[in-house]
Design a binder for this molecule. Sequence first.
Ligand code: GPV
Length: 815
Amino acid sequence: MPKNLYTKNALKEAIAGKLQRHFACEVADATKDQIYEACALVVRDALTEHMIQTQNEVEKYGERQVHYLCMEFLVGRSLRNNAYNLGMLDELTAALKEMGYEMADIFEQEADPGLGNGGLGRLAACYMDGMATTGVRGTGYSIRYEHGIFKQKIEDGQQVELPDSWLASGDVWQIPAMDDTREVRIGGTIDTHFDENGKLVVEYHDYTPVLAVPYDMPISGYDTGNIARLRLWEAKSPIALDMKLFSSGEYLKALEKHAMAETISMVLYPEDNHREGQSLRLKQQYFLVSATLQDICAKHKAKYGTLANFAHKHVLHINDTHPTLVIPELMRILMDDNDMSWENAWNITSQSVAYTNHTVMPEALECWPVSLVQELMPRIMQIIHEINERFCRDLWNYFPNDFQKISRLAIVSDGIVRMAHLAIAGSFSINGVSALHSDILKERVFKDFYTIYPAKFRNVTNGIAHRRWLCEANPKLAALIESKIGKGYRKHPSELQVLANYGEDKALLAQLGQIKRDNKLRLAEYIKEHNGIEVNMDSIFDVQVKRLHEYKRQMLNILHIISLYHKLKDNPGMDFVPRTFVFGSKAAPGYAVAKKTIQLIHSIANMINNDPDIGDKLKVVFIEDYKVSLAEMIMPAAEISEQISIAGKEASGTGNMKFMMNGALTIGTMDGANVEICEAVGRENIFIFGMETPEAEALAASGNYEPMLIYQNDPVIKRVMDHMIHGFGDGVDYTDLANLLLHGGNGGPADRYMSLKDFSSYAVAQERVGEMYRRPENWNYMSLMNIANSGRFAADRSVAEYAQNIWRVKTNFAF
Ligand code: GPV
């Protein structure tokens, strides 16, 4: 890479040039926003050059490509990341300094694109970084939502959702590729018949045409010219509105079609780990899938003149079941548009698609009514029926006469299409995202499929972009690490392990503590400014940031905080290690329990933060509008990472890895990747509590769990629950939440996620946290062990495993 071009002076000149040409202004008159944009344009020039080069190489050598389809890509801000990866961050910082600007201020001008809800979308973004860096020829595909995840405002303790319009300043990184515009057909009817040569003819009538216009974001890799491309499709209507049609009544119909087409890329669905079943969502899924496949197939045919070798050249990776329609859509393209037989088309399709499952929550497993699929994409439904029939015939061979089992495993049954079953039947690989999760898939959720296709099942434990989450988000820690072990870990994250040799290095441990304190101070200042709360710098920063979901059990954390409050009220003089509890979380707008839980956090925060008996021993802070850019500030400041989902429900978790890598200690259940984190750091460097998966699942299945008995027998819990029922002094009634825990509701059992059951063991683990914190050197040692053992959770490693075991493409990553 021509790094030497990016000297401080060259950058200054380039920035000044952009200001002049794009804004007709001089450096002295530019606004911060203009400076940001000028910097972004300079960096973008370098990237587009690399992108063209990468595309040319792929084209020239015909290398096997990975196409990663996902309804969400939570990419975060780009400027700092790209500058870092291109090796010009230091020079850029220096250039800006001479121009009178702080780099951090300029970064803040960039919008944080919210094209995702949480873990799923952020994982996809981390993998783009990993692909670019490890040399995988990869393209991500998603939708260019005009409105990403809503902006969260808190009013009177309650979440209010505001639309997020990110495009205004996010624009710089997206390069339109109009020539690749495709047409997707929605709705209408089809007419199929055989022509005189016996060839199938499918005629489409009365459908709504939707144009898919691509915008490309170049995703840089670290220290490489290889660029991963993120292609975002925007929906546009090709229908020109002609007033002359008005009298004939055609105008309104055209208007309707026009509006429907343009609505498709209007907004991201804000539900996480939950299916919505709205017809617009299904249109979005088909829009993504159809545009993407048409694009890949057209290019493939232009090069090879046939699709017969498609499976050799491409992998279609689907991130959860949301893009599962790739299977029938590829069948359609191969058969209808390319005259292939069913058998040939099926071989190609099922050899091209790989599926990652991201959840075992039943309410998140996608099902679509046959009638809806039929209405919106009639040809696709026809193909799904045929896939199902053939699949059921296969099942009959495996389970002869077992009608019940066959109908349970069928793709279409009772008027419902089960997307996960379609994904398993039509793919060559299915994987879970942590060792525990992959085992649960094999042993429980997809047990029968596993007996039929044992060789299809794999595990790839999730990983995170360690350069973004460690090197860029925590530059002081990175500098300390590099002063000891060099820079090799940037490309070979397992080298972080070398840090474990420094456990006796007292000076290093002290420096580690000091860096944590600096990062805490930055967060404390943010909290002071945004929440008006003064937090105690000597308190433990105990953080739970993630989507609000009952299974993630923010409630367990809250119940424990209330119990600590009682303890301090009883004995204000007690020897107590002070704590600051930090929450950050969005709730799906239609998820009433989650929204009420946010309100509950605010009620107890009000009570505790303003109680003079408590002083600065205990504080509760809710950070509004949690998002990637805030996570980048919060993670480095955390000392305790709360990963407390009920065992067996969190597929992996990835926040857990980001905290660990930044030296926070985990308090967690044996769930998801926590299990592997525990294995990596050793039991002595993590706080594990609670039921394990078999126990939790058995107890739930037995129907014998009675939280009321716990309430009656445990005075600490009784007092906490009574307080909740009584209220926290602000007039808000929480009996609904209390009832859900003690008696159940909404058709569910009492305390479905068993917070009361795990409460006492959680409280004991939290006591241990407090005791350990009294010995800073010990604490810093544990922190160092967490950082040293976090290398295996780098996205580069995950991507290299996908490449080796699933995609069968080469990487330059050394395990
Ligand atoms: I399915 N996940 C998510 O964020 N949204 C979803 O709709 C679905 C899954 C998450 C899981 O909950 C996490 O455990 C996991 O770490 C993450 O996907 C990435 O695999």
